[in-house]
Design a binder for this molecule. Structure first.
Ligand SMILES: Cc1ncc(COP(=O)(O)O)c(C=O)c1O
Length: 472
């Protein structure tokens, strides 16, 4: 028995539930064979998931079988394309159990496109509020610019170390504070793309009870966790499909509650979003459905790949995907946490929860050398690249999560930013925060991860044992 087999046996003893997910190994062998053929250790499922060969084949077959034209007319080619777009929306309703009576599905280019639609259309004014979680992705953080431009109050709800969960007390206080606000929007991630923390979906009803609209960023959550919109009812949900099933890129959606949509005010109109617009009459009438938010010609040829991808995920089932991701994550957390230098110092510092309770398959950390100095994450990435391991380093577009995890203070940040009004680069930032790491290493498990991926990464991590930073 080789060392991988020995390690796998012990892993299976600790995580017996993994045995019920062997169908994923068969699937990987049959439809993702490129991974093992190329010896690629893919550990960036939070960046993007991977597509199966059948997804591509089915999509190609469908496109080659008929003639599709621009959906904005009534020709046969147009009608077929319209049908593709409507089917994609229908598949999203079905997958997330979003009743068409209650929710609209707006097709967007990605989660960011969905977030921007909400940000630019939400009726922020001087009497309104935007409450953000500290570990939001930048595409959520950016909404603060729309809010501020309209004079709204913008507040961040803090995280508590070491687990990096939202501070219950202050979040309850922010949400519960009564006031004369007009419109209040609370935006948070169901799962942090930095720490993997899953913030409770119970905040949604708590916020509703205090008059807030809720924007749930589900981009990092839905690749391995079921979101059932009969049970949790945020007003707005954003998703990127490539993060769920790898293909197509350039497709995401906004799932929006009709009651909340009626508040939104689109800042403009365009082809595709109106029923009638007149130049001489100087009027336009927005479409009554999701089309009002889909600018220009929809990506009608990409649309069927959404339904194909959702069916692919449904055929595997969230239970299986989740169980596998959870087992591998639990094992990795234990193994990385146990790595020690000869002098007893920890090799890895993990940011976020150390168990799989209410956390997903994203693990962020830094390596530390035997003198306790962090190893520059850029060096780690270079070494990983050499070994065909795909991981991510930096702050993953989640500066709040990074600042909390890495202990970078507001004072340090203000000092760095104050002398440089424009043209500030990441290297300037590194020089400014010279004794601290400005980023982390992130690995993440997903749809077709297997034990060998985790094992090989641990072998890689072991290279940092008993090393000084300059030797790495
Ligand atoms: C939690 C989260 N939200 C939003 C996004 C933005 O997704 P996209 O770049 O696909 O628009 C990401 C991307 O990494 C993410 O992880």
């Amino acid at each position: 028995m080789d060392s991988l087999e020995v390690a796998e046996r012990s892993f299976l003893d600790q995580h017996p539930g993994y045995r019920n997910t062997t169908a994923i190994d068969e699937l990987r062998h049959a439809q993702y064979e490129r991974l093992d053929r190329l010896g690629h250790r893919y550990l960036d499922y939070t960046g993007a998931s991977l597509y199966s060969s059948t997804q591509i084949q089915e999509h190609a077959r469908l496109l080659l079988a008929d003639v599709f034209g621009n959906p904005h007319s009534s020709s046969p080619a147009s009608a077929l394309a319209t049908r593709l777009v409507e089917r994609a929306r229908g598949a999203v309703h079905e997958f997330f159990k979003a009743s068409p009576d209650e929710y609209l599905v707006v097709l967007t280019r990605n989660a960011t496109g969905a977030l921007k639609l909400v940000g630019e259309s939400y009726p922020f004014d001087h009497a309104s509020r935007l409450l953000l979680a500290f570990d939001n992705h930048n595409s959520v953080n950016g909404i603060r610019e729309f809010a501020r431009a309209a004079g709204a109050v913008v507040t961040y709800s803090p995280l508590v170390l070491p687990d990096m969960r939202l501070d219950r007390e202050s979040l309850s206080a922010y949400l519960g504070a009564s006031g004369e606000s007009t419109h209040k929007l609370f935006a948070y991630p169901a799962q942090s793309n930095f720490s993997g923390v899953q913030h409770s979906l119970d905040w949604i009803e708590f916020a509703h009870a205090h008059g807030w609209d809720v924007l749930l960023d589900a981009a990092a959550y839905v690749p391995a966790n079921r979101l059932d919109l009969r049970l949790a009812k945020p007003d707005f949900v954003c998703v990127s499909f490539y993060k769920m099933f790898g293909y197509p890129t350039g497709a995401g959606c906004l799932i929006a509650r009709k009651a909340a949509v009626s508040k939104l005010r689109r800042p403009w109109f365009s082809g595709g979003t109106i029923t009638v617009a007149s130049v001489k009459g100087d009027r336009h009438y927005l479409h009554g459905g999701p089309e009002a938010f889909e600018d220009g010609t929809p990506d009608y040829l990409c649309a069927p790949a959404i339904e194909i991808g959702l069916n692919h995920m449904a055929s595997i089932g969230y239970e299986m995907i989740h169980a596998r991701v959870e087992s591998l994550t639990g094992w990795m957390l234990d193994q990385l946490g146990a790595l020690r230098h000869g002098n007893g110092l920890a090799v890895v510092r993990i940011y976020g929860p150390l168990t799989t309770d209410a956390r997903g398959g994203t693990v962020a950390f830094n390596f530390f050398d035997e003198d306790g100095r962090f190893v520059d994450h850029r060096i780690v990435e270079e070494r990983a690249n050499e070994m065909k391991i795909s991981l991510r380093t930096g702050c993953f577009c989640n500066p709040g999560g990074g600042e909390v995890a890495l202990g970078i203070s507001e004072e340090e940040l203000s000092a760095c930013f104050s002398g440089t009004p424009s043209g500030f680069t990441l290297d300037d930032f590194r020089l400014c925060i010279d004794d601290k790491s400005t980023g982390a290493v992130r690995i993440s498990f997903g749809l077709v991860s297997n034990f060998a991926d985790a094992y090989h990464f641990l072998q890689f991590a072991s290279r940092f044992v008993d090393k000084r930073a300059i030797e790495i």
